[in-house]
Design a protein around this ligand. Structure first.
Ligand code: HEC
Length: 105
């Protein structure tokens, strides 16, 4: 009986240790997928304003990087950058629309 209890505890511990952490998947979910990005002109130009103001606190506007990469490659970068820039959800949608519109197709 004792062996069964110890065995069950080990299985339970392993399950807890191997379960995926919530934060990385939550981060990726913040940035809309290519199919969900807005193509609205007003949203894109609002995104451009963010890109050239809030996104330039630490570096120049990363225009060349955006133009040379696909949106799929830029999504994880964006996920960490929007946190650094402390953007609201609306601003995230806008800057994502701008980045998508200017990324490599
Ligand atoms: C708190 C500082 C900070 C803010 C704000 C910030 N970034 Fe960055 N970003 C960095 C650092 C540090 C790097 C890596 C060094 C570098 O390339 O300058 C970087 C790199 C990048 C890169 C290049 C990644 C690569 O693969 O070469 C892109 C694109 C980028 N940032 C976009 C953005 C966008 C878009 C925003 C606004 C949503 C933003 N950043 C806001 C700090 C910041």
């Amino acid at each position: 009986m004792k062996k069964i209890v110890i065995g069950a505890s080990i299985v339970l511990l392993a399950a807890v240790a191997c379960s995926p952490k919530a934060s990385p998947s939550a981060t990726a979910a913040t940035i809309p997928e290519a199919s969900a990005v807005s193509s609205d002109g007003t949203t894109i130009s609002a995104g451009q304003t963010i890109f050239t103001t809030k996104c330039t606190k630490c570096h120049k506007a990363k225009t060349e990087v955006v133009a040379s990469k696909s949106y799929g490659d830029l999504r994880p970068v964006l996920a960490s950058m929007v946190k650094k820039a402390n953007l609201s959800n609306e601003e995230i949608q806008q800057v994502s629309a701008y980045v998508y519109a200017n990324s490599k197709k």
